[in-house]
Design a protein around this ligand. Structure first.
Ligand code: NDP
Length: 276
């Protein structure tokens, strides 16, 4: 092929076989004890990576995390750490780096929602949502980036769980508008934060990307009754909500070397919902 196309230089080299392994790596997953985060934890462990799970208060987080480690024969450990607390986050990430590390990747996934109509939302609700979904993401990503920068580690990958709602507003059901304005706007902020941090840290070799899922069956969507679910699913081209494990493939790709030229992107895993 190269002889027939001599102007194309250098000749294309073969891509490595598409396998992903995180052997001898340590990935931190915030909110990794349940929902989408738990699916990330399992997927990384199944691909040979050690996983540090950050959680806020769930009583079974340590047990759940230990079980994954035993199932896949890797090191896993749960760390109780509120992502909104700067000192605790910095301390916890240093501890993880010493105990399970060196850290090679982070999924900043912890998030909360306050599903209330706009007339009922309070300043406290605003602070709750933005503190975790925006400051918490910033806080953990900066702590990890600082560790990598200090260690001159230039292959770190950060994946942020944003949401399809960074781009679109959903109406929960006809005649029952519930758009979650604080949640949606916090995810729009995170989408922009991803681009800003990617630009700032590109020269340090740190990549930052976001995954934006559509509706996923987790505790966060459990408040929807059958009618609202069916209405929402009817707006998804694939016709249903996702299972948490269906979000993990994109995360594994973005954490791995296969995405070494990808940064500042927002990748939608939404059953096609943004088509409409
Ligand atoms: P869940 O409600 O199932 O889990 C939330 C996780 O975040 C828990 O592990 C929780 O810890 C952790 N967490 C919350 N606040 C803090 C905090 N202050 N410090 C540390 N950990 C915290 O959420 P999902 O799995 O549904 O969502 C995960 C991410 O995906 C979120 O960012 C969410 O916004 C986003 N997303 C979800 C969608 C969905 O349809 N489910 C759709 C699009 C995006 P603990 O268990 O200790 O409380």
């Amino acid at each position: 092929w190269f002889q027939r196309n001599p102007t194309c230089f250098p000749p294309p080299t073969m891509s490595p076989a598409f396998t992903i392994s995180f052997a001898k790596q340590c990935i931190v997953v915030t909110g990794g004890n349940r929902g989408i985060g738990y699916a990330y934890t399992r997927a990384i462990a199944q691909s040979g990576g050690n996983v540090a799970v950050i959680y806020r208060s769930s009583k079974d987080a340590e047990e759940v995390t230990d079980k994954v480690g035993k199932e896949f024969g890797v090191k896993t450990k749960a760390y109780k750490c509120d992502v909104t607390d700067t000192d605790v986050v910095n301390k916890t990430l240093k501890q993880i780096n010493e105990e399970l590390g060196p850290i090679t990747g982070l999924i900043a996934n912890a998030g909360v929602s306050v599903p209330k109509p706009a007339f009922e939302l309070t300043h406290e609700d605003f602070k709750k949502v933005f503190d975790v979904n925006v400051y918490g993401v910033f806080n953990t990503t900066r702590a990890v980036a600082k560790l990598w920068s200090d260690q001159n580690f230039k292959k770190g990958s950060i994946v942020i769980t944003a949401s399809m709602s960074s781009q679109i507003i959903n109406q929960s059901a006809q005649n029952e508008p519930l758009t979650q304005v604080f949640y949606n706007s916090s995810k729009a902020a995170v989408s922009n934060l991803t681009k800003g941090l990617a630009a700032e840290w590109a020269s340090k070799g740190i990549r930052v990307n976001a995954i934006s899922p559509g509706y996923v069956n987790t505790d966060q969507t459990a408040y929807m009754d059958k009618k609202i679910r069916e209405y929402q699913a009817s707006a998804v081209p694939l016709g249903r909500f996702a299972e948490p494990r269906e979000i993990t493939g994109q995360a594994l790709l973005l954490l791995s070397e296969h995405s070494s030229y990808m940064t500042g992107g927002e990748y939608f895993v939404d059953g096609g919902q943004l088509i409409w």
